[in-house]
Design a protein around this ligand. Structure first.
Ligand SMILES: [Zn+2]
Length: 296
């Protein structure tokens, strides 16, 4: 076997992506790539997907359409995006119209389109070339590449958003340092990802679709509120707050429709409790670059 094939078969993530020196221990959750691993220090879950599997699963999702929502959910998504932008503006002490916003991993620009309706001067950066081209075709200001490659001036943004991206990264700590650099002091970083310490993860385990690389290309690293806070601390950010919401017991099709419907009702009732306990599966971390910092 040559070196190249050895390399593509190697596990994509070798060490805790949050930067812990602790060992990665097997969990009871068995995926097609092997058991999920768990960092003994921050409890981050890590997939055993190979470089090859990871690369293939990411390419499947690079289309011009990108992660654009379907028409039915578009209105709901826009309303949610508007809420988030208004909160970011408040936290950053700006009016939305003057909020210098950067969406990292913007795909074909669904969030940026919502920002445009609020007249936010927003930009995007996206490494997948077809998705980035799709965003530019809509007249959005999007650079193809990683945040590092985009080489924005230090301190050029009041707010940075990162939705459904951090669970794809081999080295999120390095991205966190890049975000820190492009934010002005006092600027806000919003990270959206799933919560591996959620009741949904506990109820569903390997059935949870979020963990499946074949339905969610490139998902290999699963955060919890503690590991996000650790990542923030290690890159110079303070935590404003970490919100979680939603509980699910079955994916559609995993149970007879009557059971699915009952379970859906039950988990909707649990949702406010999950939110209060920090055990929902949708997680938003609101992080801040401190006002007085050393050069970053
Ligand atoms: Zn860790």
């Amino acid at each position: 076997m040559n070196d190249l094939s050895q390399e593509t078969k190697a596990r994509f993530i070798q060490h805790c992506p949050v930067g812990c020196a602790a060992p990665l221990l097997p969990t009871a959750i068995r995926l097609p790539e092997g058991e999920l691993l768990c960092c003994a220090e921050c409890r981050q879950w890590i997939s055993q997907a190979s470089r090859q599997r990871y690369g293939d699963s990411m390419r499947e999702f690079d289309t011009e359409q990108g992660t654009a929502p379907d028409a039915a959910s578009l209105q709901r998504r826009h309303a949610l995006a508007a809420q988030r932008i208004e909160r970011l503006a408040r936290l950053a002490g700006r009016e939305p119209r003057t909020l210098r916003l950067l969406d990292v991993g913007c795909s074909s620009g669904a969030f940026l389109e919502a920002a445009r309706t609020l007249q936010v001067p927003a930009r995007g950066v996206e490494p997948a070339p077809a998705a980035a081209a799709g965003a530019r075709a809509k007249g959005l200001d999007v650079v193809t590449g990683t945040l590092d490659q985009a080489a924005f001036e230090p301190g050029s943004f009041d707010a940075v958003t990162l939705f459904e991206v951090i669970e794809h990264l081999q080295d999120p700590l390095s991205l966190a340092h890049d975000v820190f650099r492009v934010l002005r002091p006092g600027g806000v970083w919003l990270v959206g990802t799933a919560n591996a310490a959620s009741w949904t993860a506990a109820l569903m385990g390997a059935r949870w679709q979020y963990l499946q690389i074949e339905s969610h290309g490139g998902h290999v690293s699963f955060f919890n509120p503690g590991s996000i806070a650790t990542l923030a601390a290690r890159s110079g950010f303070t935590v404003e707050r970490i919100d979680t919401r939603n509980v699910r017991a079955f994916e559609r099709g995993q149970a007879p429709s009557s059971v699915y419907t009952l379970a859906k009702l039950g988990t909707e009732l649990l949702s406010p409790l999950a939110r209060a306990a920090g055990r929902g599966h949708d997680m938003l971390a609101w992080l801040r670059k401190p006002e007085a910092t050393q050069a970053g």
